[in-house]
Ligand binder design. Sequence first.
Ligand SMILES: Nc1nc2c(ncn2[C@@H]2O[C@H](COP(=O)(O)OP(=O)(O)OP(=O)(O)O)[C@@H](O)[C@H]2O)c(=O)[nH]1
Ligand SMILES: [Mg+2]
Length: 355
Amino acid sequence: MTDSNTPPNQVKPDQEDTQTKKKSGFSRFFGRGSDNKGTDDSAEAMINAEPATVEEGLNKSRSSLFGKIGNVFKGSFSLDDDLFDELEEALITSDIGVDASLALVERLRARVKNDKIQDAAGVIAGLRTEIAEMLKPAEQPWNVMHQRPYVMLMVGVNGVGKTTTTAKIAKQFQDQGKSVMFAAADTFRAAAVDQLQEWGRRLDIPVVAQGHGADAAAVAHDALNSAIVKGTHVLMIDTAGRLHTQSDLMEQLQKVNRVLSNLDPSMPHEVMQILDAGTGQNALSQLEHFKNAVGVTSVCLTKLDGSAKGGLAISITQKHQLPIRYIGVGEGFNDLQAFEAQAFANALVPDLDNL
Ligand SMILES: Nc1nc2c(ncn2[C@@H]2O[C@H](COP(=O)(O)OP(=O)(O)OP(=O)(O)O)[C@@H](O)[C@H]2O)c(=O)[nH]1
Ligand SMILES: [Mg+2]
C-alpha cells in the first residue's frame, strides 16, 4: 500500500509486488502473472465461462452461517429465547453486523409471533423472508438510457475488482445493444492503462487514455467530449484504487467529479463503488468515506465466491440504502449478476433439509 506522500505518478516497487500477487485470480484465466496481457484463448474463457449460480457464489457464506447454527434447528428444536440468542450471535459473526443482526432477529421474532410459527421449517422460511425484505431497498430499477452519454465513475480501494467489473458490465451493455466507451483515469498504477486497453481491444470498445501519470480529470474530460461527439450510450470511467487516507488521491477523484459536473450538473450519473465482500465490515467504512467524498450512488459487491461474508449485503442495505447493482460470484464475465433480493436471501438461507 502506498503512503499518502507518494506522488500520484509514482508506484513503489513493493506496491507493484502486492498488485502482482493480488492478480493471481486473474491470472487463472490469463495464464501468467501480468495483470494486463494474456492469450486470446484465456480471455475468451473468462468472457464465455458458464455462469456460477448465486447459490454457488454464496456457498461459503451459507455454510459459515448455518455451520454455526444448523444444530439449533435440528433434533430437539425448541422455539425459545436461546434459539433467537444463538441465531443473533451467528448472524453477527457472519458479517451481517451488529445493528442489522439485531434488527433481523427482532423482525423474525415478530413474524414468528404474528404468523404463529411453531416449527423449525417455519422459522427458517421466516428468516429467509425477513432477509429478502431487508434487502429489497437495494434492488432498484436502473435506467441508463435516460441520458446519452450516461456517465459512470467506477471507484473503490485497491484490488476490489474495479477494472474487471467495468469490463464485465460493459459486456452486458453491449449485449443489450448499447455502445460503450472507456476512460482510463487510473493513471496512477503503471499497468492500469494497458489493462483497460486490453479489455477495450477484446470487447471492441474505444478507450480514451493519456497514459501513466496523466491528470485523471483531463482524461475524463477528453473522454466525455469524445463520447458526446460519437453519440456513445455509456461512458465508463475506470479510476485508481485508493484509500480514504490517501488524501491526494481522494482529491483527484473529487476533481474528476467536479470536471464532469461543471460540464453538466447531472454528471456523473452514477458513482459506483466496488466493494470486495472479503473485506467484511471494513467495506462499510470504505463506503462511508467514498460516499462523503464523491457521493457514491450505487454499489457492486464482488468476490462473494471467495468469502464467507455475504451477510455484508444486509448491513450495507440497512446502513446506506444504496442500490446494489451487481454481485460478483466468480471471476468469469457471466459471474457478475444483477442483484436480486429474493434470490440472494434464498441462496443465503437453505431449506431445513439442506442444513
Ligand atoms: N473470485 C472472484 N474474483 C474477482 C471477482 N471480481 C474481480 N475479481 C478478481 O479480482 C482481481 C482484481 O481485479 P481488478 O479489476 O484488477 O481490481 P481493481 O480494483 O481494478 O484493482 P486496482 O486497479 O489495482 O485498484 C482480478 O483477478 C479479478 O479477476 C469476483 O467476483 N470473484
Ligand atoms: Mg483497476
